[in-house]
Design a protein around this ligand. Structure first.
Ligand code: GLC
Length: 561
């Protein structure tokens, strides 16, 4: 059994803190606008911040210390009782309780304190590999579930623990990695004889392929903001350590060099798709997370001497990045037709076909796949190379971060509805579409036997992604999309033992080498349920568009064709 851990209570002091938090002032996220959307059919009109002050107002202060985490005793034994099912007016599905139990089983403790969740708790599997570690990206949905349930400590401990790990010297052979790199994962080992806990971390030096996780630092910043939004505890983000952590992560990405684009140049395997899958270059997942992390940091960085300079660089980069992504990564029927008719070999700044994409390189499938109504951010854009594949994570994060314009967000949802069978099928949802096969699979994946067509990263279906789809569809005002997807997942997830992924064109088969009781499949489902139940949770992981970044030109015709 997991030790019952007290939740950090929120009280009157928090109320004060929240009233002059820089985040509350800077963000123009107007939840009441969302809640008033007719399609949403929500009976609550209170804003997110109202809710966090009233329902979570259970007395006491949150104290934050880097080493001596100070935990005031909680007012409830929330570890066994999900608040969400107590609070809701809906009948919780029977698998909700099982999912909470499974999530709690995956909690990892360090010196008696919960610090994260392991990737999978699969006893049946012979090979543990690194599934007994706490992955930064995998912990995000767990963290959101805990935050939504009013259990803040585990998230705070995780943020602080990973921050300490960031401070380690990182080396691969004789080469030193950048100071700001956050680990992909860490492992807690218990020595029962000496009664000692030790931690080891992986920054890419043990990972298959030896690639550093570019996404970890971004997820860390995004989670710090979610924690701050959810608890109202601005003290954590304000500590010198967290401010430095953010500065280090962002300094890795904002330095000037040979880049001619504002996007981030990456190696294959540096994100959720952590092995060779042809996503090297400028993958949409990283660009969307980069954008979201920049915006999140903007709301938390202090305007002191060091912060100010960084803030200016962030603002400049955000403008360039959103322009680049919205113009060159966006694909809809009209844009596809334009590319199809592109002239090539254009020289000088008047070129229309800036990256010299040869129309013959457009794959056949995309002409059939592209509906009249709808559009999406393609996988990658670089000189003479457009990867037209659809990637779910990047597109959902683009909506949540407002990298996508409101029109583009609607178009992405239109595409999902128009291409339901391909992108959702029988199990939400495809990590990417379509799969690569035969000769192309050989060249692109390096003959990877795990990534055969319609399996794992190569067109497999990942239940964890359901939380992102749910959040994005609520943001766009179309929660019915999420409901449909959750219904599908609910019909199988528990029966199949919460697998890591499903295989097949429709996602009908439990993945060839999928772990069972994969923590983020469990947490992703819970987060989706809680978001549907109480859409005001969306504020934690959604950012509104800044007026300064509104596009000057509306080009897309996705919704008129
Ligand atoms: C796989 C996934 C990766 C995840 C890890 C642990 O390697 O590709 O995204 O973090 O498993 O679940």
């Amino acid at each position: 059994m997991e030790a019952a851990v007290a939740s950090a209570p929120i009280g009157g002091d928090m109320r004060k803190a929240l009233s002059h938090t820089s985040m509350a002032e800077q963000e123009d996220f107007d939840l009441s606008r969302l809640l008033n959307k007719p399609k949403l059919n929500i009976d609550r009109q209170r804003s997110f911040d109202d809710r966090s002050l009233s329902e979570f107002s259970i007395g006491g202060n949150i104290k934050v210390g880097m080493d001596g985490y100070d935990y005031s005793p909680g007012m409830r034994s929330g570890f066994d009782t999900p608040l969400s099912s107590v609070r809701n007016s809906f009948d919780p599905h029977p698998i909700v309780g099982e999912a909470w139990e499974a999530l709690r089983r995956s909690v990892v403790h360090f010196k008696g304190l919960p610090v994260g969740t392991i990737a999978a708790y699969d006893h049946a599997s012979e090979e543990v590999l690194n599934y007994d570690q706490v992955f930064v990206r995998d912990f995000v949905p767990s963290a959101l579930a805990f935050l939504m349930n009013g259990e803040y400590d585990i998230v705070k401990n995780f943020l602080l623990k990973t921050l300490l790990l960031q401070g380690w010297e990182k080396r691969i052979d004789r080469f030193k990695l950048g100071e700001g790199v956050m680990p992909a994962s860490f492992k807690v080992s218990h020595d029962p004889n000496r009664g000692k806990d030790t931690i080891s971390a992986d920054f890419g030096e043990s990972a298959i392929g030896r690639v550093a996780p570019v996404d970890s630092g971004f997820w860390w910043i995004i989670l710090l903001r979610a924690y701050t939004k959810s608890t109202g505890d601005t003290f954590l983000a304000d500590t010198a350590e967290c401010q430095k952590g953010m500065r280090l992560i962002l300094s890795l990405c904002l330095s000037e060099g040979f880049d001619t684009f504002p996007t981030l140049l990456c190696a294959d395997g540096c994100c959720m798709i952590d092995r060779r899958m042809g996503v090297y270059g400028y993958p949409i997942e990283i660009q969307a997370l980069f954008f979201m992390a920049l915006k999140s940091a903007l709301s938390m960085l202090k305007h002191d001497a060091q912060g100010k300079e960084l803030i200016e660089r962030i603002v400049t980069r955000l403008q360039a990045l959103s322009y680049h992504m919205r113009s060159y990564f966006w694909l809809d029927f009209q844009q596809l037709n334009d590319i199809y008719r592109f002239k090539t070999e254009e020289y000088s700044h008047t070129a229309v076909n800036k990256f010299n994409v040869i129309p013959d390189s457009i794959p056949d499938w995309v002409f059939d796949f592209m509906p009249c109504k709808g559009g999406y951010f393609i996988g990658n854009v670089s000189p003479a190379r457009m990867d037209f594949r659809w990637f779910a994570l990047g597109n959902c994060v683009a909506i949540l971060s407002s990298l996508a314009t409101p029109e583009q967000s609607v178009a992405i949802m239109d595409l999902i509805e128009e291409r339901w069978e391909e992108l959702i099928g029988d199990m939400p949802l495809k990590i990417c579409y379509p799969a690569i096969e035969n000769h192309e699979w050989r060249i692109v994946t390096g003959c990877d036997p795990k990534n055969t067509r319609w399996s794992y990263h190569n067109g497999g279906s990942w239940p964890v992604l359901i939380w992102l789809l749910t959040a994005a569809s609520i943001k766009v005002g179309r929660p019915q999309i999420a409901r449909r997807a959750v219904d599908l997942a609910e019909s199988r997830l528990l029966k199949d033992g919460f697998p890591e992924y499903y295989d097949g064109k429709l996602g009908r088969y439990v993945g060839k080498q999928a772990r069972k009781f994969q923590t983020w499949s469990i947490a992703g489902y819970l987060v989706a349920k809680m978001l549907l139940e109480d859409p005001s949770h969306l504020g934690m992981i959604s950012l509104e568009e800044d007026r300064a970044m509104k596009p000057l030109l509306k080009r897309s015709s996705s919704w008129t064709c």
